[in-house]
Design a protein. Structure first.
Length: 169
């Protein structure tokens, strides 16, 4: 991996895990959205266009890529279909982290949580069901409870209704 790419990945990880507070991760905040858009909008676009594939081969840069595709996209394109455009790619990277033992080698719970977050966000019942025991083991019961609520929503509706407006359905 090129030093510049490693540096960009480090900036993403530092921003999310050091500069942001955990309460910011899950609240709608237009100031944080704007900050993420300004600092990382071009990288998120590159990630969605699959221009950062080289990042997938290293644990730290792959986690940064997951953040771009799964979390930052939701801030940059809030209430737009594009907010979810990177979901499948991020889910594939989550599975890669499991398969390559990156998840279990990660000592920080918060980083393990965001490795698994794309699975929790999936609108596929099987994927969310797969995430629940992983979240219980590697993260915490509260996050696993979110996945359980998502599972119930998928069982009842087959989708996440809160995305309907953004996705035009």
């Amino acid at each position: 991996m090129q030093p510049e790419a490693r540096s960009q990945a480090d900036v993403i990880l530092n921003f999310w895990f050091e500069e942001c507070r955990p309460w910011q991760w899950f609240r709608q905040d237009s100031r944080l959205d704007q900050c993420v858009r300004e600092q990382f909008g071009q990288l998120a676009e590159a990630a969605q266009a699959k221009h950062l594939i080289a990042w997938e081969t290293h644990q730290q840069s792959a986690l940064a890529l997951v953040l771009l595709l799964d979390q930052f996209s939701r801030h940059i394109w809030r209430n737009q279909a594009r907010a979810f455009s990177g979901d499948q790619h991020a889910q594939r990277l989550s599975q890669q982290a499991i398969d390559q033992h990156w998840l279990e080698s990660e000592p920080q719970r918060a980083r393990r949580q965001f490795w698994l977050m794309p699975l929790l966000h999936a609108e596929c019942l099987e994927t969310v069901e797969t995430a629940i025991p992983l979240l219980e083991r590697w993260v915490d019961d509260a996050t696993a409870d979110v996945a359980r609520r998502n599972r119930r929503m998928l069982l009842n509706h087959g989708r996440y209704p809160w995305r309907d407006r953004a996705l035009g359905r």
